[in-house]
Design a protein around this ligand. Structure first.
Ligand SMILES: NC(=O)c1ccc[n+]([C@@H]2O[C@H](COP(=O)([O-])OP(=O)(O)OC[C@H]3O[C@@H](n4cnc5c(N)ncnc54)[C@H](O)[C@@H]3O)[C@@H](O)[C@H]2O)c1
Length: 346
């Protein structure tokens, strides 16, 4: 296992900080703009090598980080030099790397979202790993606003949770910055898979859901890409109660972005595209912006990724899974699987 005293560990950075040796597969935007700035400046992690099918990209990152470029045929030897791999190639390009990594049980794995489209696939990806050894970058979980909403729900500060609504929708939106989005094989889906996943995961995470089911809904697809999903889901909470969850994710209509948690006495509105968490009385006469008080430490996307990685690395050290564990997002994958089974509408 990839514990700090494991065979692939490198020397300590001093003052108790652990230095981790990292290999990266996929040298795209999320790696250069988010993961590496965080990992190499603040988390005691050294980039040993980077691989990309586009060798120019890998070379450019390797130069900037003073790391090695790994060729595909050298990945096996590269894997014996590291204790963590970040897999950030697009969803549809990952299967051969999972196969290769399965031969290296001492190497922990951190995978970019989306991890899987079915529960069976999710379980198969996680199977070679103990829960703390595999992470997934569903990093909205780390935002202060999301953590605050989760705490307020857990402590029933406004009474019992009664219903949830979530929406993300921009007509004609271009998704993300990645170049794989127009390639169905690489992207694996459309707006639901790329963006909707964050809303599903945040709702399930904040409500500490125990199960999810779908009641009704439909999906509009074009050339295999989901363009519009509208559904009523049902979340089972820890106390056994079921609450309705209405979701719309679309590039065909404009939606008011965000998540509304409705309680007995108030509602919470949470945005995932800006720092915003607001409290409203049921009669809408009282309104307070809670983000000013609570969004302090984990506000920017860098801070969210930092928090995910810190949770994952702490888990490797203590051998205990935290919120970065890919095991903890199985229900998110279940909800994707349910939604992709909805009837199609023209
Ligand atoms: N968690 C988040 O908030 C977040 C944010 C952005 C992106 N992402 C996810 O990260 C992944 C990558 O996104 P991106 O924006 O960096 O995309 P990108 O298009 O910028 O980069 C993808 C990289 O993968 C490489 N690649 C493609 N096929 C490959 C293969 N078979 N083997 C090795 N490398 C291959 C490409 O050459 C490219 O360099 C996507 O799954 C995306 O959904 C997550």
């Amino acid at each position: 296992m990839p514990a700090p005293d494991g065979p692939a560990a490198v020397a300590s950075a001093g003052q108790g900080a652990q230095r981790w040796s990292l290999g990266v597969i996929g040298a795209g935007q999320v790696v250069t703009n988010a993961h590496l700035p965080v990992l190499t400046t603040s988390l005691g992690t050294t980039l040993a090598w980077i691989f990309d099918i586009d060798s120019r990209k890998a070379t450019s990152v390797a130069r900037a980080q003073q790391a090695r470029v790994c060729r595909f045929e050298d990945l096996r030897s590269g894997l014996s030099d590291v204790n963590i791999v970040l897999l950030a190639a697009p969803y549809g390009a990952r299967s051969r790397y999972y196969e290769l990594l399965a031969d290296f049980p001492l190497v922990a794995l951190f995978v970019e979202k989306p991890l899987a489209k079915t529960i069976e696939q999710h379980r198969a990806i996680c199977r070679p790993y103990t829960d703390y050894q595999i992470g997934c970058d569903l990093n909205r979980r780390a935002a202060d606003t999301v953590r605050t909403a989760k705490d307020l729900i857990e402590h029933r500060v406004f009474g019992a949770l009664r219903e949830v609504r979530a929406a993300f929708g921009h007509r004609g939106a271009m998704l993300g910055g990645g170049q794989y989005n127009s390639n169905l094989e690489l992207a694996g889906g459309g707006v639901l898979f790329e963006m909707g996943i964050h809303y599903l995961d945040t709702v399930l995470f904040c409500s500490s859901a125990k199960d999810i089911a779908v009641e009704s809904g439909h999906m509009i697809e074009d050339l295999g890409f989901d363009l519009h999903t509208e559904a009523r889901l049902r979340i089972t909470l820890a106390d056994g109660r079921e609450v309705p969850f209405d979701l719309t994710v679309s590039v065909l209509s404009d939606q008011q972005e965000g998540i509304d948690f409705v309680f007995d006495h108030a509602s919470l509105s949470l945005s995932l595209s800006r720092t915003y968490l607001a409290l409203r009385s049921r009669d809408h006469r009282y309104h307070a912006d809670l983000s000013r008080a609570f969004a302090i430490q984990f506000v920017t996307s860098f801070q969210h990724i930092f928090s995910m990685w810190r949770d994952f690395l702490d888990g490797l050290t203590s051998r205990r899974a935290g919120f970065a564990s890919a095991y903890s997002s199985l229900l998110t994958t279940k909800s994707l699987e349910l939604l992709y089974s909805l009837p199609r509408r023209l």
